[in-house]
Design a protein around this ligand. Structure first.
Ligand code: PMP
Length: 457
């Protein structure tokens, strides 16, 4: 075995040789990294001995926290029995087969097939391939445009990042030409004097306007998260989803629900579409399906699409070496078993979600906070300078940056999207640990507020 390295050695090598995702490489080399060396339950530990409450479930994936021996055992057992085989060329293996059954049983009744990927990004590439293939086989290849939303995050491959609506990503590569973006239902920032309900309808109308501008006969699909996650936990007003679903039905446009974050219980329902009552033709999932213990994702595909794909057209020329990897599938099966055995989703809906909402209502009183919002175990805290006008401190996420750092200093992982603080703790968190999260967040808000007053004096 390689000689264990001490913290200083690890940091030096990290800065020298490791290019991190979504990171300013120069800045990182200068500032150094926080090296996470172990994790337990809902806590992570760093090389410097800091213990932090993980208010983000890793990257929204470790929904059952970090201490799940049954998943570890299932992966080890599978590795010993069949560490790899693929699902190409008329092959299959028991874990992938069993997982396809369990996932399609969990999905809405009209969804009965799954295509496995290794990540959410690959899932969204797969979505585009499936949408194009479906309309080709239907004899409507001109329905190749796909509509997504501004400020969406759908992954980092070229196709997935094209679906995403983040300008700072688009600046760094050539986006696909058949993808178009419409407004997000972000009432707090963009709603002006409208009621949330009026604004929800306005955001939905921007979808219809775009469909009419492109021509409905050229639009094949609309993709969106139930709640915009990385974009800032943008929870849509109640009017939004019913209006969107009606528009999609009216123009015969496939609906893709990207549930990479919201699948598997985050909202208190199994899928976000169950929470909002939408009827997706495909659901893209990843992350929490294996509790983040193994890379696995996939696209759940509804009967409307598979009725065409499974009856005509020959090969679908798409797939990944590790699609449905046995060890990852075993991790997913073990994860779903824990979710079932411990009534995780129901507990989020009935106990933990309402508890978090109640505690966040107290956070809303803080002078730095303009709004709090949550669904199930995902929440957002909007940081403002002026509660009434919703004016921000600066134009570059200064408040979010200050609060994020203060949060880390207070042993809590929260994420900042601009000036929105995000929390999405593991679904196994206890009420006492939610209290701890809130108490640490309040301390971070106090400290960030003091710092902002100094910085903007
Ligand atoms: N879709 C959504 C909604 C996501 O939040 C993410 C990742 N945060 C992705 C897709 C991409 O998933 P991955 O990082 O596994 O490729």
């Amino acid at each position: 075995m390689n000689k264990p390295m001490n913290s200083a050695e690890l940091k030096a090598i990290d800065g020298e040789h490791h290019l991190h995702p979504f990171t300013d490489f120069k800045d990182l080399k200068e500032r150094g990294t926080r090296i996470v060396t172990k994790a337990e339950n809902v806590y992570i530990y760093t090389d410097e001995g800091q213990k932090l409450l993980d208010g983000m479930s890793g990257l929204w994936c470790c929904n059952l926290g970090y201490s799940q021996p049954s998943i570890v055992e299932a992966v080890a057992k599978q590795m010993a029995e069949l560490p790899y085989y693929n699902n190409f060329f008329q092959c299959s293996h028991p874990p992938a087969i069993q997982l396809s059954k369990e996932l399609t049983d969990l999905a809405p009744a009209h969804i009965n097939n799954v295509f496995f990927t290794n990540s959410g990004s690959e899932g969204n590439d797969t979505v585009i391939r499936l949408v194009n293939r479906y309309w080709d086989l239907k004899g409507q290849p001109e329905k190749c445009n796909i509509i997504a939303r501004k400020n969406a995050y759908h992954g980092s491959t070229v196709a997935a990042a094209s679906l995403g609506g983040m300008g700072y990503m688009h600046k760094q590569f050539n986006t696909l030409g058949n993808i178009h973006h419409v407004d997000q239902p972000y009432w707090f920032d963009e709603g002006g004097n409208m009621t949330p309900e009026e604004f929800g309808l306005k955001a939905a109308k921007s979808l219809e306007d775009k469909i009419l501008e492109l021509g409905p006969e050229t639009v094949g699909a609309f993709i969106a998260e139930p709640i915009q996650g990385a974009g800032g936990v943008i929870i849509p007003p109640s009017t939004y989803w019913p209006a969107v679903q009606e528009i999609l039905n009216k123009y015969d446009i496939l609906f893709i629900s990207d549930e990479v974050i919201f699948g598997f219980g985050r909202t208190g329902k199994m899928f976000g579409c169950d929470y909002y009552g939408t009827k997706p033709d495909m659901i893209n999932f990843a992350k929490a399906v294996t509790n983040g213990y193994q890379p696995l994702g996939g696209v759940l595909v509804g009967d409307k699409v598979t009725d065409v794909l499974k009856t005509q057209g020959g090969d679908f020329n798409h797939g990944f070496t590790y699609s449905g990897h046995p060890a990852a599938a075993a991790a997913a099966l073990a994860t779903l078993k824990v979710m079932r055995d411990e009534n995780i989703v129901e507990n989020v809906e009935k106990e933990l979600g309402p508890y978090l909402a109640e505690k966040l209502a107290v956070v809303a009183e803080h002078p730095l906070v303009g709004e709090v919002r949550s669904v199930g175990l995902v929440g957002a805290i909007e940081l403002v300078k002026d509660k009434k006008t919703r004016a921000r401190w600066g134009s570059d996420g200064e408040a979010g940056g200050a609060c994020r750092q203060a949060s880390l200093n207070n042993d809590l992982v929260m994420r900042a999207t601009g000036d929105i603080m995000l929390v999405a703790p593991p679904l196994v968190i206890t009420k006492a640990q939610i209290d701890e999260l809130i108490q640490k967040a309040m301390k971070a808000l106090d400290e960030a507020h003091e710092q902002l007053k100094r910085d903007f004096a």
